[in-house]
Design a binder for this molecule. Structure first.
Ligand SMILES: [Zn+2]
Length: 396
């Protein structure tokens, strides 16, 4: 991985201003630009600290990044983590989290947190009874209880959870879907966004809007314009990584990135593969999330040099070298491939934990390496191999 191996160069320090006590708790400061692409570095100031972008955010669905303690998570270089409104509403319920003093205290993560709105999970996991312009009614997969989720309810739950960033309640259509269905989902998403803004009152929490529009350029353009016109402190692009061909995702990223207002952070939801993150950063995206690193770790797979390695493979049995000698994670610093192979073969929980830590570290380091390259003026040169038409492009 050329970009990560370029660590010998003199690092350009990140110049990020310290938070002014009297300033608004949310501020996005752009600290460097790439002169050959839309890539930029920024500092997103939140009440729980600064997120230096571009940056991968690990997913802690149930207020835990699976298998990883908060200090271990911090050591991966992660600065902001995700939690999931839908899952936390079902268990333990936002009242318990609020009773604990909010999500930061509940999960012992002192850094910034972002909660999604629950919309994606309701539409992808829920047993939906009814969907209309008011909201969605579904049956809880836990106990069959009927639950109604509306934009107002999602805001109430997210305000009770108390993350630094709340996401608007949106309708993410499945892939494939007809243009008429995606247009209807867009209209609903935009009217729900207005209701989210009207209902969201927590001053120490930012609300980000979500652009939808599926694979239809005209709908994407309209959605980007509508969401951008709301003047929110951050904008996400949703409805990607939902089963569409990767070429479609690249096209959406290239189309929508330049339509977003420069002054706010741009978050590409559910995307965490190296090639896609590099293309997105080149098109002005700043934040990414994906369950992939921990999911792969639990299945005994490690991300090494942009590829997936299955640690169960017998080729590692006698391999006493580190997984990745340049990686600072505990799996690579303390252990050998042979030991990791042994842990995975015997289904020891430590193996899954170490691989999860390694995979998160890899994705976070890839995004911080892009930031370093942007500051040093060599992003286009170092990360061009990640463009899909390049012969050197990786495909995982
Ligand atoms: Zn590692």
């Amino acid at each position: 991985m050329r970009a990560l191996a370029s660590g010998q160069r003199q690092a350009v320090p990140i110049s990020c201003s310290t938070q002014d006590r009297n300033a608004t708790p949310f501020r996005f400061e752009i600290t460097a630009h790439c002169s050959h692409s839309r890539a930029r570095c920024g500092c997103l100031h939140t009440p729980h600290g600064v997120v230096q972008t571009p940056r991968f955010m690990p997913v802690g669905t149930l207020a835990t990044v699976k298998g990883v303690t908060a200090p271990q998570l911090q050591d991966t270089g992660a600065q902001m983590v995700l939690a999931n409104t839908y899952h936390l509403h079902l268990q333990p319920g936002e009242a318990i989290v609020a009773e604990a003093g909010g999500l930061h205290r509940f999960m012992a993560w002192e850094g910034p947190i972002l909660t999604d709105s629950g919309g994606f999970q309701v539409f992808s996991l829920g047993d939906i009874n009814r969907i209309d312009d008011d909201g969605v009614t579904f049956r809880s997969p836990r106990d069959g209880q009927r639950i109604a989720l509306t934009p107002e309810r999602s805001m109430e739950i997210q305000m009770a959870l108390g993350a630094d960033v709340a996401m608007a309640f949106d309708q993410c259509p499945p892939y494939p879907a007809s243009e008429a269905d995606v247009a209807a989902a867009c209209r609903r998403t935009h009217s729900w966004l207005e209701r989210c803004i009207a209902h969201h009152t927590r001053p120490d929490q930012a609300l980000f809007g979500i652009v939808q529009g599926g694979c239809f350029p005209a709908l994407r353009q309209e959605s980007a314009q509508v969401v951008a016109s709301m003047g929110l402190p951050g904008i996400a692009v949703g409805g990607v990584s939902v089963g569409e061909p990767t070429e479609e995702m690249h096209r959406i990223v290239r189309q929508v990135g330049p339509l977003l207002p420069d002054a706010v952070p741009h978050y590409l939801m559910g995307v965490g593969s190296l090639r896609e993150m590099a293309i997105a950063v080149a098109n002005g995206f700043d934040l990414f999330d994906c369950v992939l690193p921990t999911r792969l770790g639990r299945h005994g797979a490690a991300l090494v040099e942009g590829e997936r390695w299955n640690l169960k493979n017998a080729r590692f049995r006698h391999d006493h070298t580190p997984l990745d000698a340049s990686c600072p994670c505990p799996a690579c610093r303390l252990h050998s491939r042979a030991y990791l192979h042994h842990l995975i073969k015997t289904e020891e929980m430590l193996g899954k934990i170490l691989l999860s830590l390694h995979n998160i570290t890899q994705l976070v380091r890839f995004t911080t390496a892009m930031g370093q390259a942007i500051r040093e003026g060599c992003f286009a040169e170092d990360f061009a191999p990640w463009e899909p038409d390049s012969p050197a492009a990786h495909t995982w």
